[in-house]
Design a binder for this molecule. Sequence first.
Ligand code: B12
Ligand code: SF4
Length: 494
Amino acid sequence: MRVLLVHPSALMYSEIFLRLEPLGLERVAASLLVAGHEVRLIDLQTADIRDYTRALADFRPHTVMFGLNYLANVPEVIMLAKQAKITRPGCLVIAGGHSVSFIAQHLLENCDEAIDAVARGEGEVVAPRILEADWDSLTEVPGAVTRAGSGPPPTMLPTLDEPLPARYLLARRNRYFIGELDPCASVEFTRGCPWDCSFCSAWTFYGRSYRRMSADAAGHELASIREPNVFLVDDVAFIKPDHGNAIADQIERRGIRKRYYLETRADVLLRHPEVFQRWRRLGLTYMFLGMEALDAEGLDLFHKRISPDENIKALELARKIGITVAVNLIADPAWSRDQFRLVRQWALSVPEIVHLTVMTPYPGTEIWHTQSQKLTTLDYRLFDIQHAVTPTSLPLDEFYRELVATQAVLNRKHLGVKALAATARIVAGHLTHGQTNFLRMLWKFPRVYNAARLHAEHGQPAHYCLPAPTHAGVSHRRRELYIHQPIHTSFHKD
Ligand code: B12
Ligand code: SF4
């Protein structure tokens, strides 16, 4: 069967700092190839809508599969799905990925019949099974959902060691970057997270499980990557120090030389600094720590299970090791002008890169159940953690002015004249190799972060909307949040 896989375009607000390869779709592509299908992959983050139109006409796919990890991309995917149905009448249109797994039935009932089925959970397993099944027996496939009903819960991959992502299917690989790590590939060593933060759906998607790729497979995959830089997509890197060390052994044994960016938690870094020190020597350059809040009250509210003191100690430790750290804070729509001011003051007092995102209840998170009765909009496009979708204490336009003013202060800290002078050498190095992503990023900020535009985006007509919350105010059972049902691991806390 001919299968066209499509990743939608990047959100304007994330594209400023980075653009990363669609690793999930590359793994789905690899599993479809193993099952004997002919596969093409288009990433609209780097390709043009004309490439998509051309692929529908020339490749003539029997099935078009869309990656829907992000709610904000839903309206775009419905539009692309409609185009597929017009150009290739009778073709099967499927959506899969993180976010769509939580809203499958609602999307199918509210997409003007442009999407036939949703594949929930890990695509390496469910996608080939859907293509094997008859349309009439689709609702028996674990993870498959159609307008006629849902199959059993999706099943998990027995091992993360295979398939190797079909990276070679992507044209324009030099367009993927994060900051000055340009070009940059992505790799995944572990899947899932044993913590349970209230604003996050990483743990609910994988049923709070945590799985690891074997060190040998990780070494093999790293060695196969051509880019000099690697973004490690694991939610929390090196929770298990033996795993981090075993992969480090592989890197040394195979003589792999790259620079790395990873995300982890402050307590994981504090518990096993020696692993991060070793990785620093192997090329670890940037680390992202989700601090989320500066005070204990905020951290408790998010179930972060960490203290402000640990967060600060982790920053000091990372500085000592010589890793550049980026942290994220979550802006509560209830913030006053004073709270924004305090964040600005704190951010200017530390050398780290500070990002500010807006607290957003997503389906699949606990706060979807506790906060969603307050939603002020159901427009998918505003669920991108840049917009306020719950009531703001300040008038909305003023909230955005404070938010953007704070983001601008944080940005100037790193992209101001002094900082730019420091990056000049890096930029020159990139240009020598024809890499322009980092340079373009430096000029995009003022155009993208704009309070008036953020505010005006609330007024755009919404043709497609999230499901109206039904559990509002009702306490829910945590297991009902899960896409993959929990498997037993030593990490389970409930
Ligand atoms: C890497 C990453 C990114 C990359 C995206 C890279 C890319 N182009 O794909 C970057 C950094 C750009 C990014 C940005 C954002 N991200 Co992000 N991201 C992640 C992260 C950490 C890992 C994703 C990943 O690559 N995993 C590894 C691959 C192998 O898994 P996967 O993509 O999930 O794919 C599997 C399944 O989902 C499924 N699947 C995926 N696609 C398809 C398609 C089909 C047809 C099928 C059948 C199956 C299928 O099968 C795959 C293999 O098992 C996840 C957390 C997580 N653990 O999932 C958050 C996560 C997905 N991101 C999230 C968010 C909020 C965002 C942003 C909105 C934040 C922001 N403003 O910066 C933006 C929006 C991006 C956009 N639309 O432009 C949230 C999603 C919340 C939600 N419910 O919408 C997550 C869950 C983080 C979290 N902790 O809450 N992100
Ligand atoms: S925010 Fe990080 S630590 Fe918390 S549940 Fe999500 S992935 Fe895990």
